[in-house]
Design a protein around this ligand. Structure first.
Ligand code: PFF
Length: 449
């Protein structure tokens, strides 16, 4: 069961990469870490680590053609110990889905509010209190998370080709156009220049150990690399897919969407009295309804139509990413343990739903239950983005650069020596030296040595 077209493969990978990581997590992290300086480091990490490691994941997966467990064994030339890497997507997939689904649920709720015309006639302070009330409720968000989980489970049960490829093909371009319109709207708000200053005038005194790790974590999270998600998808890629081209395209699209999200959110932040860029995870949910109302204040219908369209597209972008998370777990249960796809999807979704409920409660009733000062939601995010993704990326670099047979790697990356033979040595150098050493240096910097 593979993707039927070459375009389907790239769209599905882009569908996984582009999601709430760009539109919700990127502005949150940028706001928390001081703006422009963070963005600069993030872009460097995208180019130096993100895109090359994405290509590494594609290479391992496409060579294997079955699942992550088998792919690592095959690429290593039959060393069975590497099969253990097959557990990475299972653990990481469940963890990431559990907290990502919470934000997906918030987004779906906001689409609903937009649909019943619930944004109009409110003050800025009301948007803040509305969101706080909703996200801290013990039951309300859980209902919306359940809807998301059911939708994700349904698509993954049908299988990659029918479920994922088709949904990505029409919706991704629509989201892009919608975001572009919103950038223009946001830039016309009063205070937009202060937002632009925050985004594009780096203040390097803001950089500390945690900025580096956060920027690296954001680059990995945004591209879905390091936990074998793209490796799982690449198992379904056809042999004529141009891996170099696809990884670079996905990385560029993903970075553009993130930067455009920044261009929507930060000019808007400064136009809302009392709102600060470091407001954290709630930022997007408070600023966006404001932007819609302010920009389209002349036409109620436009404000209604546009906010509804935007939130619906955002839900879809979020779900194409959550699908890829569930697929990581289901592929393992299906291929390795021979469960049927529907049974595997239901079981994995049930576990994720349980964990997601805990993550949601950490914004309300469980706010005081913390480990190392982090609630369950933040703890899961920390484990995935700042530990598992860099660790997995490091292992993949060492694996492809030093363990796998170089000739096999070259053949896979260059489609048998027919594509990008000039770029290949540069990529191999990055995978062998630059990326693994860079990841270690970021950790050393974080610990403060
Ligand atoms: N890259 C996705 C986003 O930006 O929303 C999130 C994501 C998907 C992370 C899949 C990890 C993953 F395995």
């Amino acid at each position: 069961m593979g993707f039927s077209t070459k375009v389907g493969a790239i769209l599905a990978a882009a569908g996984s990469a582009v999601g709430l990581g760009n539109i919700w997590r990127f502005p949150t992290e940028t706001g928390l870490h001081g703006g422009a300086a963070f963005i600069l480091i993030y872009i460097i990490f995208m180019l130096v680590f993100g895109a090359p490691i994405m290509l590494a994941e594609f290479t391992i997966g496409r060579h294997g053609q079955k699942d992550v467990t088998d792919s690592f064994e095959r690429m290593s030339g039959g060393q069975r110990g590497w099969r253990l890497m097959g557990l990475m997507p299972v653990v990481a997939g469940l963890l990431v889905l559990s907290y990502y689904a919470v934000v997906c649920g918030w987004t779906l709720y906001y689409a609903f509010v937009a649909g019943v015309d619930g944004f109009g006639g409110k003050t800025a302070a009301q948007y803040v209190s509305d969101f706080q009330q909703f996200s801290s409720s013990p039951t309300q968000p859980v209902v919306w998370i359940l809807f998301i989980m059911l939708a994700t489970c349904a698509v993954v049960s049908f299988g990659v080709k029918k479920g994922i490829e088709r949904s990505a093909q029409i919706l991704m371009p629509m989201l892009f156009v919608c975001i572009a319109i919103l950038v223009v709207c946001s830039l016309s708000l009063p205070g937009a220049d202060r937002g632009l200053h925050f985004l594009f005038h780096p203040d390097f005194s803001e950089i500390d150990g945690s900025t580096m790790l956060s920027a690296m974590g954001q680059a990995f999270f945004s591209l879905s690399v390091g936990i074998c998600c793209l490796c799982t998808y690449a198992c379904y890629f056809r042999k004529d897919v141009n891996l170099f081209h696809d990884s670079l395209s996905v990385a560029v699209i993903d970075t553009l969407v993130a930067l455009m999200a920044g261009l929507i959110i930060f000019p808007a932040v400064y136009s809302v009295p009392g709102l600060q860029p470091d407001a954290g995870p709630s930022l997007v949910f408070i600023t966006l309804p404001n932007v819609f109302q302010q920009v389209f204040s002349g036409s109620h219908l436009l404000a209604y139509g546009f906010s509804l369209l935007f939130y619906c597209l955002l839900v879809i972008a979020a779900v194409t990413s959550s699908i890829s998370m569930l697929e990581m777990v289901v592929a393992y249960l299906h291929e390795e343990l021979h469960w049927s796809r529907p049974a595997a999807s239901v079981a994995a979704s049930a576990v994720a739903m349980l964990l997601a409920t805990g993550c949601s409660l950490s914004f309300g009733a469980w706010a005081d239950k913390t480990v190392f000062g982090l609630g369950m939601f933040d703890l899961f995010d920390f484990i995935v983005a700042k530990l598992l993704m860099p660790l997995g990326s490091f292992i993949m670099c060492v694996f492809l650069g030093w363990v796998a047979d170089e000739k096999v790697v070259r053949d896979e990356v260059t489609n048998g020596g027919t594509l990008h033979t000039v770029l290949y040595p540069i990529w191999l150098f990055i995978i062998r030296y630059i990326a693994p050493i860079g990841i270690i240096l970021v950790f050393i910097h974080e610990i403060g040595w």
